[in-house]
Design a protein around this ligand. Structure first.
Ligand SMILES: NC(=O)c1ccc[n+]([C@@H]2O[C@H](COP(=O)([O-])OP(=O)(O)OC[C@H]3O[C@@H](n4cnc5c(N)ncnc54)[C@H](O)[C@@H]3O)[C@@H](O)[C@H]2O)c1
Length: 251
């Protein structure tokens, strides 16, 4: 793997496990120092140790993305240790299931806070350091649910949050383009993680039957796409919604 991100600092949210951890491993493999940001302290520390075992550089920053004050505290703390953040991967997310009649306002607001408002707050915190440096990468992990209105995986509320992340990414790409900062959204399809382990075998089989390549994604499939978008090779790609879904979404 080319160490083309040597000297860069990346913040990856929700990197204690799943897709976020694979992204952290990928960026560390490309030479970046990765700040693993998560609400799960012990899994986050274990992720730092795993990356170190593979020769990568990372550190852990605790954050609860459901709390705006904690996001501010965590981003201040990250800035104290790393005055310049080059790459922000907004990956952390929770899912909401079931029909709208079963979702209460409190659950909707928590989902919007973690899946959407935190993306806004972290972009607001880290974008100025990128524009000042004249180089930056913001990569937001949305979902195919944001394009097709949910489905078996996630309901209308989850789709609304992820759809807004896609639109927000396009807007930030427009606003930051001239400063050397790109902003793109990646939409995973079904990807094997703890998040999808709640699906029944029948639900899982039904989704797989609609995937042209005939298999669910692995976290590494998403990480590969992030690694490319974070590289210099992707400097002319911004405002894109990249489906990494085995061909599930076909427009
Ligand atoms: N797995 C899939 O099939 C799939 C499909 C489409 C999109 N996605 C998106 O990919 C992203 C990662 O999903 P995953 O499958 O790896 O999920 P996961 O549940 O395995 O991991 C999510 C991580 O986010 C962290 N997190 C949750 N709430 C948090 C909070 N309040 N503050 C800080 N961290 C918090 C968790 O501790 C965990 O480490 C999510 O945004 C998800 O919506 C996943």
């Amino acid at each position: 793997m080319q160490r083309q991100l040597e000297g860069r600092v990346a913040v990856v949210t929700g990197a204690a496990r799943g897709i976020g951890f694979a992204i952290a491993e990928r960026l560390a493999g490309q030479g970046a120092h990765v700040v693993i940001s998560d609400v799960d302290h012990s899994a986050g520390q274990q992720s730092v140790a795993r990356i170190a075992n593979n020769g990568g550089s990372s550190s852990f920053a605790a954050v609860d993305l459901s709390q705006p004050d904690d996001i501010r505290r965590a981003s201040d703390e990250i800035f104290r240790q790393h005055p310049r953040i080059d790459i922000l991967v907004n990956n952390a997310g929770i899912v909401s299931r079931g029909g709208i009649e079963t979702v209460e306002l409190e659950e909707f607001q928590r989902l919007m806070m973690i899946d959407l408002t935190a993306v806004f707050l972290l972009t607001k915190a880290f974008l100025p350091s990128m524009t000042a440096a004249g180089w930056g990468r913001i990569i937001n992990i949305a979902s195919v649910a944001g394009q097709q209105g949910g489905g078996l995986f996630g309901n209308s509320c989850y789709a609304a949050a992820k759809g807004a992340v896609i639109a927000f990414s396009k807007g930030v790409a427009r606003e930051a383009g001239r400063s050397g900062v790109t902003c793109n959204a990646i939409c995973p399809g079904l990807t094997d993680t703890a998040l999808t382990s709640e699906l029944t075998i029948a639900q899982r089989e039904q989704i797989i039957s609609t995937i042209p390549v005939g298999r669910p994604g692995e976290p590494e499939d998403i990480a590969e796409a992030v690694g490319f978008l974070a590289s210099d090779a992707a400097s002319f790609i911004t405002g894109v919604t990249l489906n990494v879904d085995g061909g599930l979404m076909r427009h």
